[in-house]
Design a protein around this ligand. Structure first.
Ligand SMILES: Nc1nc2c(c(=O)[nH]1)N[C@H]1C(S)=C(S)[C@@H](COP(=O)(O)O)O[C@H]1N2
Ligand SMILES: [Mo]
Length: 205
């Protein structure tokens, strides 16, 4: 039997390539006119241009990324702005529980605010020392390496701070809301998901 790689989450396979995965086309975004908006239940709504974002103190992430389609890539190298510092600048209201990433092509994905405050969550604008290529979400994408990669929106456009959860593109199509690769949270718990899409909203044990 093939030896399992203990450094990879369960069911994942190593790739040396950098696969490209998204729904729809690659939007053409001019860094000169690019804006990233911070909105929702915050004290300070603000926008950052590409240059303003890159002028902020930067943080790097060196580590692995995991796609729910089972590829994992080791030792990726990203640079960007620590998301937490942008949250501090927006100053969310006490009732904020969730952060919704909104991308250029209406792709959205949701996570608890607490998860987004982790010290490896970046608004990323460099990969391997180069500006992020458009196919990989450039000029600016989110990076949430502890979750399956669909929780990292490419062509990031807006961050919405919300007092409730708002399941995004894949989360409303049967994928797991939490998406922790180490717990192999790939798909939604079906009864819960049926309740949600039927609008019953009754929590199950
Ligand atoms: N805007 C947007 N972001 C997205 C997606 C998408 O379809 N649209 N796909 C997600 C998925 S499923 C994955 S695996 C990663 C892929 O990023 P990559 O193409 O740079 O490998 O982007 C994520 N972010
Ligand atoms: Mo993915």
């Amino acid at each position: 039997m093939k030896q399992k790689d203990p450094t990879l989450p369960p069911g994942q396979v190593l790739t040396q390539k950098f696969p490209v995965l998204h729904v729809g086309g690659v939007p053409e975004i001019d860094p000169k006119t690019y804006r990233l908006g911070f909105t929702g239940l915050v004290e300070n709504r603000f926008e950052l241009s590409y240059d303003e974002l890159r002028a902020l103190p930067s943080t790097e992430y060196r580590g692995d990324i995991h796609c729910v389609t089972r590829w994992s890539k080791k030792a990726t190298y990203w640079r960007g702005t620590l998301f937490r510092t942008l949250v501090e600048r927006a100053n969310p209201a006490p009732e904020v529980t969730h952060v919704i990433q909104v991308a250029d092509n209406d792709y959205t994905t949701n996570l608890p605010l607490s998860a987004m405050l982790d010290d490896d969550v970046l608004v990323a604008w460099e990969y391997d020392g180069q500006p992020i290529e458009p196919i990989h979400g450039g000029p600016v994408r989110m990076l949430v390496p502890k979750r399956y990669f669909w929780k990292s929106a490419k062509w990031l456009k807006r961050i919405v701070f919300s007092d409730h959860d708002e399941p995004g593109f894949w989360e409303t199509r049967g994928y797991n809301n939490d998406a922790d690769p180490w717990k192999e949270e790939r798909y939604a718990d079906l009864p819960r998901w049926m309740d949600r899409i039927n609008g019953l909203g009754k929590p199950r044990p």
